[in-house]
Write a protein that binds this ligand. Structure first.
Ligand SMILES: Cc1cc2nc3c(=O)[nH]c(=O)nc-3n(C[C@H](O)[C@H](O)[C@H](O)COP(=O)(O)OP(=O)(O)OC[C@H]3O[C@@H](n4cnc5c(N)ncnc54)[C@H](O)[C@@H]3O)c2cc1C
Length: 357
């Protein structure tokens, strides 16, 4: 398989890299420390279509191929992991399923503002008692006339603190959650909608990952995505795309950690030579570089298969499940570098990623 990038893909990567350096590099540390969502940068990302990568052109999206999509997320994440997370989740588990399963009216209503980045999307599946076991959700939507009365307690919602358009997974049939598993579009500000606690996540604090609570929230029946009972299919379609995006995010972070390690190893002199001249260090760096490259190839392969219309959820899970290996190696090595540089152990990962590259 040939993953040589096309001219267009190279241009997209260059554009994302330049944007990340110009707009995010200087503030990444500050927004992480302050846990601040950088709206001023989001405004600039909109016109570049970072929020519409997975949306059809008809609704203002870029309808980007999956490899280009990975390249953008990798470049943004290498400089600011939080904003990489923002666009990965917004595109893969909100814009994409809405484009695939929404009816004409829903697409015309929601997609243009999502694709433009004027509104931020969120995906609400996880609950306190439903993590890996998604079927264990306890959130309900009960029909009442032309509406659903929704009661839900969702946790770990990426973009939760700033999202305007949310895809929420509920059961319309509490007696048979599987049969009733459904996806419903909810807008921030609907009476009964509340943003709960923000997570204090490591290195991605600028993304407000939060809980979302809905209490007797009246949502129009027209907001049902697909049909009643389609929820699981919709969630999995989004997550298959989501895994590729998150793998690309981890790629960006891994590459940044590797670059920082390489730079430091060339600068720091011990025993009268740079660290990089010591064979044990060379082996660590070579090992890290190999793992980063292997993970990149798996990520791109999953993206390629998706673009060929392949339906291989197993394969699409590989990159994200393999990702921890290079990431952990990079982290371990960067932490070793921190010891040598006498950087306090409490330093956050985002600080490390901002070591000049
Ligand atoms: C930063 C962040 C952002 C997130 N964003 C979102 C979001 O936007 N929307 C959303 O809905 N969710 C989101 N999540 C939640 C995420 O999808 C869940 O964390 C995930 O589904 C795992 O659920 P859990 O954390 O409850 O772990 P659990 O399901 O409790 O699993 C705990 C551990 O047990 C293992 N395990 C579970 N079942 C099995 C099994 N059958 N066999 C072997 N091992 C098993 C798991 O691999 C894991 O290591 C986010 C999480 C994080 C950390």
């Amino acid at each position: 398989m040939d993953f040589t990038l096309s001219i267009q893909q190279k241009q997209i990567r260059r554009m994302a890299r330049q944007f990340a350096k110009a707009e995010l590099a200087l503030i990444a540390k500050e927004i992480d420390e302050e846990a601040r969502f950088p709206w001023e940068v989001v405004e600039k990302m909109g016109p570049l279509n970072f929020f519409g990568m997975q949306a059809p052109r008809k609704y203002g999206g870029a309808e980007m191929d999956s490899i280009s999509y990975c390249l953008v997320i990798e470049e943004i994440s290498g400089v600011c992991a939080a904003m990489g997370l923002t666009i990965a989740v917004h595109n893969s588990v909100v814009v994409y399923p809405l484009s695939q399963f929404g009816n004409e009216e829903q697409k015309a209503t929601y997609l243009p503002s999502l694709a433009a980045g004027e509104k931020i999307g969120a995906f609400c599946l996880t609950e306190p008692n439903a993590g890996s076991d998604a079927m264990a959700i306890e959130s309900t939507a009960v029909r009442e006339g032309d509406s659903y009365i929704v009661n839900a307690n969702k946790i770990f919602v990426t973009n939760g603190g700033v999202a305007d358009t949310l895809i929420l997974f509920v059961s319309v049939n509490p007696d048979d959650v599987k049969k009733g598993f459904s996806a419903i579009l909810v807008e921030r500000g609907t009476p009964g909608f509340e943003v709960g606690l923000l997570e204090n996540s490591c290195g991605v604090r600028a993304n407000p990952v939060s809980s979302i609570v809905l209490t007797d929230c009246r949502v129009p029946k027209a907001n049902l995505l697909g049909r009643e009972g389609d929820g699981f299919k919709i969630a999995m379609a989004g997550l298959d795309t989501g895994r590729i995006g998150i793998a690309a995010q981890a790629m960006g972070i891994s590459q940044a950690a590797l670059d920082a390690s390489l730079k430091y190893a060339k600068e720091r002199i011990q025993f009268r030579v740079p660290l990089a001249r010591h064979q044990a260090i060379q082996m660590m760096l070579a090992d890290m570089g190999t793992m980063v490259e292997a993970s990149r190839l798996l990520t791109l392969q999953a993206a390629h298969i998706r673009d060929q219309g392949g339906n291989s959820p197993g394969l699409q899970q590989w990159p994200s499940s393999l990702q921890p290996a290079p990431l952990q190696k990079c982290h371990r090595w960067v932490y070793k570098s921190m010891e040598v540089m006498d950087i306090p152990k409490t330093t956050r990962l985002s600080d490390i990623f901002e070591m000049p590259g």
